[in-house]
Design a binder for this molecule. Sequence first.
Ligand code: TMP
Length: 196
Amino acid sequence: MKIISFEGIEGVGKSTQIKLLKDYLESKHFHVDTYREPGSTDAGEKIRDILLNSKNQLSDEAELLLMFASRVELIKQKIQTSKSDYLLLDRFYDASVAYQGYGRNLSISFIESLISFINCPIPNLSILLDISVEEGFSRKTNDQIDRIESSSKIFFQRIRKGYIKIAKDHKDRFIKINASMDIEEIHNEIINHINL
Ligand code: TMP
């Protein structure tokens, strides 16, 4: 089984690319499952509601721990038992380093110990779709703004920089793609990096 995670700030087009890659892999007769974080299990989807509902006031620490509560359920209930050829993840643990570490300024070494504590499998490939904060948010005009999205622009600029650093620090598994390119161009770049 191969795990491919998709990362980036809001509006980079992760869901579109995940769908295109799923269709491509299925056309080659692979079995593919896709999961989103936070969420994708019964408990995880409830945790997602708590995390994203703008009516909820949450400390940064509670936000971090809830992300990991959702993640451990995804790992135990879906990833560890998976019989698929490919798992496509709409965000994984790098998102906690980017959002809660670089974004909220929580301890990155503590986040790394949570990653080990819950035995996160390391993705075979992580795709960072990179775009400016302005362009990302301008693409999201139709959506309702959730609790995390209502954070400041500076917060998202820290996250973007954080993601770029994470991708550099883990060159062995990360590729960074300019997400302002056409949808098809991005898709082609992604499939060029998939070793079937
Ligand atoms: P999304 O699935 O629509 O991208 O929404 C998930 C939101 O949660 C998004 O703002 C990113 C944020 N998030 C974190 O802050 N930390 C995490 O570890 C994960 C997985 C997501």
